[in-house]
Design a protein around this ligand. Structure first.
Ligand code: MRU
Length: 372
């Protein structure tokens, strides 16, 4: 992505290895501020408080968090303590565990003196691979968007209307995004499209982050209240829905931001294709179904309060009566039967065990890079 005309990744190692620079996403869209994470604790705090968020970026930040821990102390005890600290930050996105297990598997066999260097290299490799995976998802998804566009042109209609939920764009990954990568590539290829951006209460990642990055890239879009999605689908104003995933179980069930399930239900009722963009590291082959996916419960304050920019700058204001309790499940599980297809870096497949194994046959023998 270009920020103020400069190609920018969401996480960038400093040349002296003194830390990594991230964008503090809690301040967007009101302020674009970069922040340096210079030790394990800073990385863990950034993930837990959602300065960085989105499944792939959580994994990438955790990898660098572990690398920073290795610079301070490369012992086995420090390695395991750092892994446990980072693993405890957010439970639903499986990329966190995937990245930490990959780092641990790479570092544990090495002599202590080689670990810091190897950790830094491995974290950088995770980031580079994320970019490549997302570009591949983008290419496959763009072909699908082109097909939709051709169909619409045939019927005399204008551009393709895509709906998305939460933020599965550039900000949720190292670059490009998953659900938004096809949108960016199609837009750049001259395919006319428009994105319905659902606000995504309670933290409003759609309204704050997706809208911001689509605007940076010049993609036409409209922010809607979450509750408008069904109405728009029913009115024929949505050609397809594309969302991201925090974890896809081996049977194709999808955990994603709370509210995704409701969109899938509305899409099914209105015969709108419902696609999930998912890179390999977001597939959890160890879970037979979505029923076992841990759902993060976040602070009630995210529901009782809302953040915005007022006269006094960025501030948080109360929405609810003082005495009303609030619950805040951050993710939900959409059953595979409601998912029209998965867009992976290896192509499109059905949301099913057979569909996934058709693209990842090696998963039968254990997923590479994970410790069993
Ligand atoms: O709570 P968040 O903002 O980390 O949730 C993000 C999402 O739900 C995304 O859709 C998902 O992580 C996929 S990101 C490519």
């Amino acid at each position: 992505m270009n920020i103020q005309g400069r190609p920018t990744r969401t996480i960038r190692p400093l040349a002296d290895r003194g830390g990594v620079e991230i964008i503090d996403q809690t301040l967007l869209p009101h302020r674009l501020e970069f922040r340096v994470l210079d030790d394990l604790e800073a990385a863990a705090e950034a993930i837990a408080t959602m300065r960085v968020r989105g499944a792939p970026l959580i994994g990438a930040t955790a990898a660098y968090g572990l690398a920073l821990a290795m610079i301070a102390d490369a012992s086995d005890d420090a390695l395991r303590a750092a892994r446990d600290r980072l693993l405890a930050t957010r439970p639903t996105a499986v990329n966190l565990r995937w990245a930490l297990e990959r780092m641990q598997g790479r570092l544990e066999p090495l002599p202590l003196g080689e670990r810091a260097e190897a950790a830094w290299t491995e974290a950088a490799a995770i980031c580079d691979e994320d970019v490549a995976l997302n570009q591949a998802i983008g290419r496959h998804g763009m072909d699908y968007l082109k097909w939709h566009h051709a169909r619409k042109v045939g019927s005399g209609a204008a551009g393709v209307n895509v709906m998305t939920h939460c933020n599965a764009g550039w900000l949720a990954t190292v670059d490009w995004g998953t659900a938004l990568a096809p949108v960016y590539l199609a837009h750049d290829a001259g395919i006319p499209l428009h994105v319905w951006v659902s606000e995504t209460r309670p933290r409003n990642q759609g309204a704050a982050l997706t809208a911001w990055e689509l605007a940076q890239h010049g993609v036409p879009h409209t922010v809607i209240a979450d509750n408008a999605a069904g109405h728009l689908m029913r009115g024929g104003r949505v050609d397809l829905v594309i969302v991201g995933a925090d974890r896809v179980a081996a049977n194709g069930d999808v955990a994603n931001k709370i509210g995704t399930y409701l969109k899938a239900l509305a899409a099914r009722d209105n015969e709108v294709p419902f696609l999930v963009a998912v890179p390999g590291p977001s597939i959890d082959w160890r879970l037979p179904s979505g029923a076992e996916i841990p759902i993060e419960e976040r602070a009630a304050r995210e529901v009782t309060h809302i953040q915005g920019r007022g006269e006094a700058g960025v501030q948080s204001v109360r929405l609810t009566p003082e005495r009303s309790p609030a619950a805040n499940p951050a993710f939900d599980v959409t059953p595979a039967r409601l998912v029209s297809g998965l867009i992976t870096e290896r192509g499109l497949c059905a949301a099913s065990r057979e569909g996934l194994l058709g693209l990842y046959p090696e998963a039968e023998a254990g997923w590479p890079g994970t410790l069993q």
